[in-house]
Design a protein around this ligand. Structure first.
Ligand code: SF4
Length: 368
């Protein structure tokens, strides 16, 4: 049996203490410890709440941590100045400073190179050195739907620890299998996963979804179990999420909700059915075919942001189909991003890596 705590979050470090204490993780930070807090950050809306990040940093400081890093690495091609802007927009510099922590772009710090023998992974991957150097690692994902993986929770959040070129390789390989391989390597370094379900995201995640107020934190030392409970809060069977299912099969954690004890709040009282990414796209654009196989989050985020803007503006699409990533095919329409150049012979092609949301919006509606 695995245990997951579910508590209401009112904004204080005491809430974090309760969530961690209920799963026996209140002692993961000892006096003098160096701590890595790993939120989910990217360029659009739908990142780990700065209030939660601040409460976690304050909690670690109250436990006597000597140094607390708030670290993430944005999408693989993100320039350093753009990453700094993302950190600023997400409020991470401000809350880290207020709590005596340091917000760091992992892409600007050293990576440890590891040889792998897993066919699902590149032969060598780089993981942030902080993952190995810190005495405690707090995985701090947000509960949200995701175009490529249905949900993004604790397992997917580990991808932010990869060096940039490996992130790109993950999308050229089979993403879900690669996430499982990454979990095998990185999960043993985690002290706990604390899922931010304060303001979750449904629909066109990761960056153009709709906020869902839940006001909750969920914690567990079992990464698969907390992801499974996160799925169930969103009305999604965890067995539908391939990375979670395959991690459970490999014995990396518990997926079966009957074998997970949830302490604190009753999840049944908070459960609701989240809209899935393609459902929301289909609601807004019932005739549009979207192919996303092999795309990384950068193209996915910009495409969804463009579609959300077009819907908001009440404009019409001028193409029947759009493809991002290099693995799918469409027969007519628009292919977006360098990877998708050969996804169609008869389609128009918008180059870029990634093309911006504004460029995609323009290409999808030109003259419309
Ligand atoms: S073209 Fe798009 S999908 Fe391909 S690597 Fe660049 S951002 Fe990712």
């Amino acid at each position: 049996m695995s245990t997951v705590s579910l508590v209401r979050f009112g904004g204080s470090s005491a809430d974090v203490d309760r969530a961690l204490g209920l799963v026996g993780a209140a002692d993961i930070v000892r006096p003098g410890a160096r701590v890595l807090v790993k939120p989910n950050l990217h360029g659009g809306p739908g990142y780990t709440s700065p209030r939660v990040v601040e409460a976690v940093c304050r909690w670690a400081a109250e436990r006597g941590a000597a140094e607390v890093f708030v670290g993430d690495g944005p999408f693989w091609a993100c320039p350093a100045d753009q990453a700094r802007e993302y950190f600023r927009q997400a409020g991470l510099y401000a809350v880290a400073e207020a709590a005596g922590a340091r917000a760091v772009n992992l892409h600007e710090l050293p990576y440890r190179r590891l040889q792998t023998d897993d066919p699902a992974l590149p032969e060598e991957i780089g993981l942030t050195e902080l993952l190995f150097e810190c005495d405690a690692v707090i995985n701090l994902p947000l509960l949200k739907t995701h175009l490529n993986t249905l949900v993004t929770l604790g397992i997917k959040n580990l991808k932010g620890c990869l060096r940039p070129k490996d992130k790109k390789r993950f999308h050229e390989l089979e993403l879900n299998a690669a996430l499982v391989g990454l979990t095998r390597i990185a999960a043993p370094r985690l002290s706990v996963t604390l899922l931010d379900a304060t303001i979750a995201v449904e629909g066109m995640g990761p960056a153009a979804g709709t906020e869902v107020e839940m006001g909750l934190l969920a914690a567990s030392r079992d990464l698969v179990a907390v992801d499974s409970v996160g799925c169930s809060l969103a009305g999604i069977d965890p067995g539908e999420v391939r990375a979670i299912r395959d991690c459970a099969r490999l014995g990396l954690g518990e997926l079966d909700l009957d074998r997970i004890t949830v302490v604190g709040e009753d999840p049944a009282r908070h459960r609701r059915r989240f809209k899935r990414p393609h459902e929301q796209v289909a609601e807004h654009f019932p005739d549009l075919e979207i192919v996303t196989d092999g795309a990384c989050s950068a193209c996915a985020m910009n495409l969804f942001e463009a579609l959300a803007a077009i819907h908001h503006e009440g404009r019409r699409l001028r193409v029947p189909a759009v493809a991002i990533g290099g693995k799918g095919r469409i027969w007519a329409g628009l292919t977006v991003g360098n990877c998708a150049e050969h996804a169609a012979e008869a389609a128009e092609y918008l180059p870029g890596c990634p093309p911006s949301a504004a460029q995609i919006r323009e290409a999808l509606t030109r003259g419309g």
